[in-house]
Design a protein around this ligand. Structure first.
Ligand SMILES: [Mg+2]
Length: 214
């Protein structure tokens, strides 16, 4: 049995469109150009550092921008939908006695509201929020220590190249999913342990990794 720790945005919740709309609303205030659908397709092939570099947003302003985005998203959280087939895939993991949790840079409040409105709350044993974009590995490491979860049983699931980097930074196994923000090819370049294209493949990916470590 594994402890499967999920990223939230793009992995469980289909927040790409609302986040894009919010990012565009805030563009003038934070002095960057609004993003068109075509530009979004290009951004999905880039890693996070490159996106920030191309946006010309000063690094120091990013925490303020992220806080604003989370507050704005909170206003629309009731309308955010789960990724198609994710509820079924999460239930299947639970039925196979895997333990599930969430580590996110979104707010705990947003995640809890989303889970409640889709009746997903009972599936998860914990939600942990960390505010940094590149410090996710520290949040995960602290969580593993606090909950006494061994790296041998832990698996992270995320949709971005920085999720793969975070897991690798602490030698944790990672399943990358291509239904979220980053596209398949760029995820593949970061060499996740498993790379899957649909939630129906999640249970098999988790169980493959479990077998490898036995
Ligand atoms: Mg994500």
């Amino acid at each position: 049995m594994s402890v499967v720790i999920f990223d939230f945005d793009g992995t469980i919740a289909d927040t790409l469109e609302p986040l894009l709309a919010i990012a565009n609303q805030l563009a003038a205030e934070f002095h960057y150009s609004p993003i068109t659908v075509n530009e979004l397709k290009q951004l999905q092939q880039l890693d996070t550092r490159e996106i920030i570099r191309q946006s010309n947003i000063p690094l120091l302003k990013i925490p303020f921008l992220l806080r604003r985005i989370k507050t704005e998203l909170n206003q629309q959280i009731a309308e955010v939908q789960p990724i198609e087939w994710i509820p079924e895939a999460l239930s299947a993991l639970k039925e196979h006695h895997h333990s599930l949790g969430i580590v996110t840079s979104n707010s705990e409040e947003n995640v809890a509201a989303f889970l409640a409105s889709h009746h997903l709350t009972p599936l998860f044993d914990f939600i942990k929020s960390g505010t940094t974009i590149f410090g996710k590995h520290r949040v995960i490491r602290r969580l593993l220590n606090q909950r006494k979860i061994s790296l041998d049983t832990a698996i992270y699931v995320g949709d971005e190249t920085r999720d793969i980097e975070s897991a690798k930074a602490i030698n944790m196994r990672i399943i990358a999913v291509s239904w979220g923000f980053n596209d398949y090819d760029v995820l593949e370049q970061y060499q996740p342990d498993q790379l899957i294209e649909q939630p129906q493949a999640l249970l098999a990916a988790v169980e493959n990794l479990g077998l490898l470590c036995e």
